[in-house]
Structure formats: structure tokens, C-alpha cells
Design a protein around this ligand. Sequence first.
Ligand code: PMP
Length: 326
Amino acid sequence: MTTHDEPVDSVLETIGRTPLVRLQDGPTDVPIYAKLESFNPGASIKDRIGQYMLERMLERGDVSPGGTIIEPTAGNTGIGLAVAAGQLGLDAIFVVPERFSQEKQQLMSALGGEVINTPTEDGMDRAIERAHELASELDNAAVPQQFSNPLNTEAHYELTAPEIFDALDGAVGAVVAGCGTAGTLMGIARYALEQDPETHVVAVEPEGSVYGDLIGEDRDEGEYKTEGIGTHDTDTNELFDPELVDDIDAIPDRDAHAELKRLAREEGHLVASSAGAASVAAKRVARRIDDGDLDVPHETVVTLFPDSSERYLSKGIYRSFEEWSS
Ligand code: PMP
């Protein structure tokens, strides 16, 4: 492991060890730290699982150099996998529902991946099905399948969580993170709860997503513009373990959007909608701690900003809420 201060031989060695930056807009006595995952070479948190899953799959012999990996993805995982696949001698095919950002799809292609679109209305389930169909037609092909692959969670347990705990000398009282596959939150939560079972864990989803149903909240399903987090069908999200979370906070698109714009204007963070939602939820937790409403082992809240807003400029992310398209 390098510190980023030393020269390295491969871009893969620059993945991880991202900065942890204190937010300026929380209660003054309860610091909130955000881990800036756009500092990874593929500019998102998914570089971590791209490298981790492929290295483990090569070690296990699920696929060998010269083979192909095929992944259903909203984009960031495709980019992370494409960065790693190229360096590890693998070809990559990505099955992406049409609605996801053009920038992400272009980047997957630039990194040498092949992009296949599925209709937006068929959802992620169809993309997953199509990836498996393609894999069965090819020799030496494997589907990492981030939605059900325990290596996704393990990457964050082994890498992301220890980085956070090391940076804060273990003083982490609450972990707040958006859930798409839920690999990020589950990996960090599992690690955090091993350090202290009283750590407060909050999952974040957009309003319209139905993760909340898993902890007995009756969520109204609907469309949302926030990209990368949430689910319409919890059967797909096999990694999410309701036992590890205390709360699932549903953030309206409008609040996530106002916050991502504020984060840029006031704090210099060029982050996207899932970070906006995470920031709103993290501030809510910090305020509850500050009000004495929540007991935590340390009065420090940690969240993650998964990617960069530059990836969504074509969707009008910095325009008005109405002009921002999903
Ligand atoms: N934010 C963005 C922009 C993402 O692409 C993702 C991954 N889908 C997440 C948050 C959530 O990460 P995870 O899949 O680990 O829950």
C-alpha cells in the first residue's frame, strides 16, 4: 500500500486512500466527515470493487486472463471494472439500462469496454438477466454481479472501512451511506459494528425507493432522479442486511439536488445526487446527536461522497430542479 506520495507502476495502485474531509455545514460540536471517492482513478467508489472483485475472481479461477467479464451496471461499476479489467488482461462487456448517464457510458467505452443498452422501463432486473445470457454464450466469461457478490461488501470491509477508522483513530459514532447494491454500507457497517456494536448505522435511499420496506416501513414506490442509490425491487439487492442498520432515511430528490448545489457553492465539492442525499441524511444524524436524541459511542458521523458531478453535466445537474433530468 502506498500513500500516494510515491511513484507507482500501475493505475490500480492509486485506488483507495481517498481524502476524508470535514463538512462545514453540520452542528459545530458533532463533526461530519465525508470520504471523497471521486479521487479514485475512475472517479468513483466503484474502482474499489472493480479491482477487488476481479483480482479475487482471477485468483479463484472464475475467469482467466484473455477472458471476458460481463456486468449489469448503472455505470460507475462499469468504469471501475473497465479500469481493472484492462490492467488485468480481461475484456469487459457492460449491460446498462438506457437512462443512465451518457458520460458514464462513454467512459466505459473509452476504457475498452463494450456497452450494451437495455430499455429503461425493463429496469436493472433485465440488465442482470441479459448479462447472464451473454455469459452463457461465451467461453471463459464471468459475471461479477455486484448486486449479489459478497466480494462487493468484502472490498469495503477490507479497504474502505479500515481507511476511515485509521484516519479518525477509531472515533466513529455513526455511519451514513447511500445504498445501491448496499455493498458500501454493508462492508463499512459490518466493520464498524465489530469495533463497537453501538455504532449507529443509517442507510440512505431516494424517496420512491423501497429499501425501507425491509425494516417494516411502508414506502410508496415511485420514480426518482437521484442516480446510483435506491431500489424498486429489494429481491435484487441481495447484499442488503436489515440487521446491520438502525434506520433507512428516504431523501426527496429535491433535497438531494439542493444539497449537491450547496456543497459545490459553499464547500467546493463537485459531487452528485447520491452524495447530496448522503449529506442531508448525515446532517440529520449529527443534529440528533447534538440534540441528545441519539446515543453513539463517539460524537462523529462519517459519510461517503461516491462520485463526481462532472459525470452528470449533460443531465443538467447544476440547472434548476425542474431542468435536472433523470
Ligand atoms: N452513488 C453512486 C453514484 C453510485 O453509482 C453507487 C453505486 N450504485 C452508489 C452511490 C451506492 O453504492 P453501493 O452500490 O455500494 O450501495
